[in-house]
Design a protein around this ligand. Structure first.
Ligand SMILES: N[C@@H](CCC(=O)N[C@@H](CS)C(=O)NCC(=O)O)C(=O)O
Length: 204
Protein backbone atom coordinates (compact mmCIF):
# COMPACT_ATOMS: atom_id res chain seq x y z
CA UNK A 1 0.00 0.00 0.00
CA UNK A 2 1.02 3.59 -0.56
CA UNK A 3 -0.43 6.66 1.16
CA UNK A 4 -0.26 10.01 -0.65
CA UNK A 5 -0.49 13.03 1.59
CA UNK A 6 1.18 16.12 2.96
CA UNK A 7 2.99 16.40 6.26
CA UNK A 8 0.64 19.12 7.52
CA UNK A 9 -2.71 17.62 6.46
CA UNK A 10 -4.76 16.49 9.47
CA UNK A 11 -6.89 14.29 7.19
CA UNK A 12 -3.77 12.47 6.00
CA UNK A 13 -2.43 12.39 9.54
CA UNK A 14 -5.35 10.32 10.75
CA UNK A 15 -4.26 7.63 8.27
CA UNK A 16 -0.58 8.07 9.16
CA UNK A 17 -1.24 7.62 12.89
CA UNK A 18 -3.35 4.55 12.16
CA UNK A 19 -0.66 3.00 9.95
CA UNK A 20 1.88 3.44 12.77
CA UNK A 21 -0.49 2.22 15.49
CA UNK A 22 -1.07 -0.97 13.50
CA UNK A 23 2.40 -1.22 12.01
CA UNK A 24 0.90 -1.66 8.52
CA UNK A 25 3.14 -2.04 5.47
CA UNK A 26 2.42 1.27 3.75
CA UNK A 27 4.79 3.75 2.14
CA UNK A 28 4.08 7.46 2.77
CA UNK A 29 4.52 9.64 -0.33
CA UNK A 30 4.43 13.42 0.04
CA UNK A 31 2.52 15.22 -2.73
CA UNK A 32 1.09 18.73 -2.96
CA UNK A 33 -2.64 18.59 -3.82
CA UNK A 34 -2.81 22.37 -4.32
CA UNK A 35 -0.70 22.45 -7.51
CA UNK A 36 -2.61 22.94 -10.78
CA UNK A 37 -0.76 19.94 -12.24
CA UNK A 38 -0.66 17.91 -9.02
CA UNK A 39 -0.08 14.18 -9.57
CA UNK A 40 -2.90 13.67 -7.06
CA UNK A 41 -5.45 14.68 -9.74
CA UNK A 42 -4.89 11.40 -11.59
CA UNK A 43 -5.69 9.51 -8.38
CA UNK A 44 -8.45 11.68 -6.93
CA UNK A 45 -10.53 13.94 -9.20
CA UNK A 46 -10.97 16.35 -6.27
CA UNK A 47 -7.16 16.70 -5.91
CA UNK A 48 -7.26 16.29 -2.15
CA UNK A 49 -5.19 14.17 0.21
CA UNK A 50 -5.11 11.58 1.61
CA UNK A 51 -5.24 9.05 -1.21
CA UNK A 52 -4.50 5.39 -0.52
CA UNK A 53 -3.21 3.10 -3.27
CA UNK A 54 -4.47 -0.38 -2.48
CA UNK A 55 -3.36 -2.04 -5.72
CA UNK A 56 -2.01 -1.07 -9.14
CA UNK A 57 -4.13 1.87 -10.30
CA UNK A 58 -6.61 1.26 -7.48
CA UNK A 59 -7.03 4.35 -5.31
CA UNK A 60 -9.23 5.22 -2.34
CA UNK A 61 -9.81 8.85 -1.49
CA UNK A 62 -11.49 10.75 1.33
CA UNK A 63 -9.99 10.22 4.76
CA UNK A 64 -13.12 8.60 6.22
CA UNK A 65 -12.96 5.83 3.61
CA UNK A 66 -9.15 5.57 3.82
CA UNK A 67 -9.27 5.24 7.63
CA UNK A 68 -12.10 2.71 7.42
CA UNK A 69 -10.11 0.61 4.95
CA UNK A 70 -6.91 0.76 7.00
CA UNK A 71 -8.82 -0.12 10.15
CA UNK A 72 -10.15 -3.33 8.57
CA UNK A 73 -7.33 -4.39 6.24
CA UNK A 74 -5.52 -6.45 8.90
CA UNK A 75 -8.67 -7.97 10.41
CA UNK A 76 -7.93 -6.26 13.74
CA UNK A 77 -10.10 -3.14 13.74
CA UNK A 78 -9.67 -0.43 16.36
CA UNK A 79 -13.45 -0.09 16.21
CA UNK A 80 -15.55 -2.12 18.64
CA UNK A 81 -17.92 -4.64 17.06
CA UNK A 82 -20.78 -4.21 19.52
CA UNK A 83 -23.38 -1.78 18.13
CA UNK A 84 -23.19 0.72 21.00
CA UNK A 85 -19.40 0.94 20.85
CA UNK A 86 -19.39 0.99 17.06
CA UNK A 87 -21.75 3.97 16.82
CA UNK A 88 -20.06 5.86 19.65
CA UNK A 89 -16.80 5.60 17.73
CA UNK A 90 -18.48 6.86 14.55
CA UNK A 91 -19.96 9.75 16.53
CA UNK A 92 -16.55 10.74 17.93
CA UNK A 93 -15.05 10.54 14.46
CA UNK A 94 -17.75 12.86 13.11
CA UNK A 95 -16.99 15.29 15.94
CA UNK A 96 -13.25 15.18 15.22
CA UNK A 97 -13.71 15.53 11.46
CA UNK A 98 -16.04 18.48 12.03
CA UNK A 99 -13.38 20.20 14.16
CA UNK A 100 -10.80 19.68 11.41
CA UNK A 101 -13.20 21.04 8.75
CA UNK A 102 -13.88 24.16 10.86
CA UNK A 103 -10.20 24.83 11.62
CA UNK A 104 -9.32 24.51 7.92
CA UNK A 105 -12.20 26.77 6.84
CA UNK A 106 -11.03 29.34 9.39
CA UNK A 107 -7.42 29.02 8.28
CA UNK A 108 -8.25 29.50 4.60
CA UNK A 109 -10.29 32.60 5.44
CA UNK A 110 -7.40 34.10 7.47
CA UNK A 111 -5.08 33.49 4.51
CA UNK A 112 -7.13 35.64 2.13
CA UNK A 113 -5.95 39.22 1.57
CA UNK A 114 -6.82 41.16 4.70
CA UNK A 115 -9.30 43.47 2.95
CA UNK A 116 -11.18 40.46 1.55
CA UNK A 117 -11.50 38.48 4.78
CA UNK A 118 -14.92 38.05 6.36
CA UNK A 119 -14.61 38.36 10.18
CA UNK A 120 -18.09 36.82 10.55
CA UNK A 121 -16.93 33.69 8.73
CA UNK A 122 -13.90 33.37 11.04
CA UNK A 123 -16.09 33.86 14.14
CA UNK A 124 -18.55 31.25 12.87
CA UNK A 125 -15.82 28.62 12.40
CA UNK A 126 -14.34 29.43 15.83
CA UNK A 127 -17.78 28.96 17.41
CA UNK A 128 -18.05 25.51 15.80
CA UNK A 129 -14.73 24.52 17.40
CA UNK A 130 -15.76 25.92 20.78
CA UNK A 131 -19.06 24.05 20.82
CA UNK A 132 -17.41 20.81 19.70
CA UNK A 133 -14.77 21.10 22.45
CA UNK A 134 -17.49 21.74 25.05
CA UNK A 135 -19.41 18.69 23.85
CA UNK A 136 -16.30 16.48 23.84
CA UNK A 137 -15.60 17.55 27.44
CA UNK A 138 -18.88 15.91 28.48
CA UNK A 139 -17.87 12.58 26.90
CA UNK A 140 -14.66 11.91 28.83
CA UNK A 141 -14.90 8.85 31.02
CA UNK A 142 -12.62 7.43 33.68
CA UNK A 143 -11.03 4.68 31.55
CA UNK A 144 -8.63 7.11 29.88
CA UNK A 145 -10.19 6.30 26.48
CA UNK A 146 -13.25 7.80 24.83
CA UNK A 147 -15.08 4.56 24.07
CA UNK A 148 -14.86 1.28 25.97
CA UNK A 149 -11.61 0.76 27.82
CA UNK A 150 -9.18 0.61 24.94
CA UNK A 151 -7.68 2.83 22.26
CA UNK A 152 -10.13 3.17 19.34
CA UNK A 153 -10.59 5.32 16.26
CA UNK A 154 -12.50 7.71 18.51
CA UNK A 155 -9.30 8.54 20.41
CA UNK A 156 -7.29 8.64 17.21
CA UNK A 157 -9.51 11.03 15.26
CA UNK A 158 -10.38 13.39 18.12
CA UNK A 159 -6.74 13.34 19.24
CA UNK A 160 -5.55 14.36 15.77
CA UNK A 161 -8.30 16.98 15.46
CA UNK A 162 -7.43 18.73 18.73
CA UNK A 163 -3.74 18.68 17.88
CA UNK A 164 -4.68 20.39 14.61
CA UNK A 165 -6.45 23.06 16.68
CA UNK A 166 -3.14 23.56 18.53
CA UNK A 167 -1.28 23.72 15.21
CA UNK A 168 -3.47 26.10 13.20
CA UNK A 169 -5.79 27.81 15.68
CA UNK A 170 -3.74 27.87 18.86
CA UNK A 171 -5.82 29.14 21.76
CA UNK A 172 -6.55 28.11 25.30
CA UNK A 173 -9.30 25.51 24.89
CA UNK A 174 -7.83 23.54 27.79
CA UNK A 175 -9.00 25.78 30.61
CA UNK A 176 -12.62 25.35 29.44
CA UNK A 177 -12.24 21.59 28.97
CA UNK A 178 -9.82 20.31 31.65
CA UNK A 179 -10.89 16.65 31.49
CA UNK A 180 -10.60 16.65 27.70
CA UNK A 181 -7.17 18.28 28.06
CA UNK A 182 -5.98 15.53 30.43
CA UNK A 183 -7.25 12.81 28.11
CA UNK A 184 -5.63 14.54 25.12
CA UNK A 185 -2.26 14.84 26.85
CA UNK A 186 -2.26 11.08 27.44
CA UNK A 187 -3.39 10.09 23.95
CA UNK A 188 -0.93 12.32 22.13
CA UNK A 189 2.00 10.85 24.09
CA UNK A 190 1.56 7.66 22.04
CA UNK A 191 4.46 6.99 19.67
CA UNK A 192 2.24 7.09 16.57
CA UNK A 193 1.23 10.66 17.43
CA UNK A 194 4.78 11.76 18.33
CA UNK A 195 6.16 10.35 15.07
CA UNK A 196 3.68 12.14 12.80
CA UNK A 197 3.65 15.68 14.23
CA UNK A 198 3.51 18.34 11.52
CA UNK A 199 6.79 20.19 10.90
CA UNK A 200 7.05 23.30 13.07
CA UNK A 201 4.49 22.04 15.59
CA UNK A 202 5.04 23.67 18.98
CA UNK A 203 3.73 21.67 21.92
CA UNK A 204 1.39 23.77 24.06
N1 LIG B 1 -13.09 15.37 3.01
C1 LIG B 1 -11.72 15.19 2.61
C2 LIG B 1 -10.95 16.50 2.80
C3 LIG B 1 -9.49 16.35 2.39
C4 LIG B 1 -8.82 17.72 2.26
O1 LIG B 1 -9.46 18.78 2.17
N2 LIG B 1 -7.49 17.68 2.24
C5 LIG B 1 -6.74 18.91 2.06
C6 LIG B 1 -5.39 18.85 2.77
S1 LIG B 1 -5.59 19.16 4.48
C7 LIG B 1 -6.44 19.08 0.58
O2 LIG B 1 -5.98 18.12 -0.03
N3 LIG B 1 -6.70 20.26 0.04
C8 LIG B 1 -6.42 20.55 -1.33
C9 LIG B 1 -7.47 21.43 -1.94
O3 LIG B 1 -8.48 21.75 -1.25
O4 LIG B 1 -7.29 21.82 -3.10
C10 LIG B 1 -11.09 14.07 3.43
O5 LIG B 1 -11.57 13.80 4.54
O6 LIG B 1 -10.15 13.42 2.94
Amino acid sequence: MRLYGSTTSPYARKARVLIKEKNLPCEFVVEDPWLDDSPIIARNPFSKVPVLEIGPGNYLFDSVLVVHYLDHVDGKPLTPKDPAGYWQVQWCQALGNGIIDAVIARLLETRRPEDKQMPAKITREEARVRRAVDLAETRINVSGFLVADRFTLADLVLGVALQYVDFRYAHDWRSRAPRLARWHAGITRRAAFEQTLPPGFVKP
